[in-house]
Design a protein around this ligand. Structure first.
Ligand SMILES: C[S@@+](CC[C@H](N)C(=O)[O-])C[C@H]1O[C@@H](n2cnc3c(N)ncnc32)[C@H](O)[C@@H]1O
Length: 273
């Protein structure tokens, strides 16, 4: 499509501060207070998940409930595709834009079929929603087998780099949330930075695990604040960064980029199951 411009940036390779910034945030906890409206949104999601399993007489809450997140879902089209891929699991599309979410589930997205019963959209701030979700994962109330982060704003100006998810203090939370995270982007540098940032966070976790084994209690406190119980640091974790050509676009942005023949990139970060 004319108009889907490829990303232009004054940055030609990985950001010079990537490693320093990511290591710093891997060792700290993001403490900004959580907004009330996102707490309310989270409670709505929790209710949807509970009812979804209750109506199927499945998972009465004694085992963690599987939940899939579609973060920054925009107009919500990807939520429908993902919900069809995982029919037995609630799929939550989250976005802060009311205007975009108002388009979710419209007939052009469903191709005449019903909206899948496991799809749900909510307006919320991701930086807060992810921390509430991590509390649920740590408390063994939820498990997140798949987390879609499709085409986040790339913030391509070098001066705005710390707004990229992987250079923000939220990144360790994002990585701790899901068993498999899939990031899609039309900017190769964003994909490569995301993959490298994930590698650095897991390296930091491995170091702190090592220090804990040697009895450093300060690191033990920090690590338990960030990682869910049972999370196995770097061991067995895989990070794959590759270009790909989706047969059928799954999001509005993906369609625009594909029609404009832009190269698309994805990063898969997978923890051992
Ligand atoms: C470039 S759009 C991509 C939308 C969709 N994934 C797609 O591919 O069509 C990025 C989306 O992320 C949302 N977003 C960005 N930062 C967010 C945040 N902190 N909390 C919630 N939504 C956010 C924006 O509102 C926007 O809809």
């Amino acid at each position: 499509m004319p108009g889907a411009n490829s990303v232009t940036s004054n940055q030609e390779t990985l950001h010079k501060d990537l490693e320093e910034v990511v290591r710093k945030y891997a060792r700290t906890t993001f403490l900004r207070p959580i907004a009330d409206h996102t707490r309310e949104a989270f409670a709505e999601v929790e209710e949807f998940v509970r009812k979804f399993y209750a109506t199927r007489n499945a998972n009465n809450g004694t085992a963690p409930r599987a939940v899939i997140l579609d973060s920054g879902c925009g107009t919500g089209e990807s939520t429908i595709h993902i919900a069809r891929r995982f029919p037995g699991i609630p799929v939550i599309g989250i976005d802060k834009s009311c205007a975009r979410l108002n388009k979710a589930g419209n007939p052009s997205q469903t191709a005449g079929e019903d909206i899948p019963a496991n799809a749900f959209w909510i307006r919320a701030e991701l930086l807060d929603f992810w921390r509430l979700a991590l509390d649920y994962v740590k408390a063994c109330k939820w498990t997140i087998p798949y987390h879609a982060v499709y085409y986040p704003n790339p913030w391509p100006k070098q001066s705005e780099a710390t707004r990229r998810f992987h250079m923000h203090p939220i990144f360790p939370t994002l990585l701790a949330l899901g068993k498999t995270i899939e990031l899609r982007t039309n900017w190769e540098i964003y994909a490569r930075e995301f993959a490298e940032a994930a590698r650095i966070v897991f390296e930091e976790r491995a170091k702190s695990a090592d220090a804990i084994a040697k009895g450093d209690s300060r690191l033990l406190r920090l690590r338990s604040a960030q990682a869910p119980a049972g999370m196995t640091d770097a061991a067995g974790m895989t990070i794959k960064c590759e270009s790909f050509d989706p047969e059928k676009p799954e999001t509005a942005f993906e369609r625009k980029y594909k029609e404009a023949r832009q190269k698309l990139w994805r990063v898969l970060v997978a923890l051992p199951q």
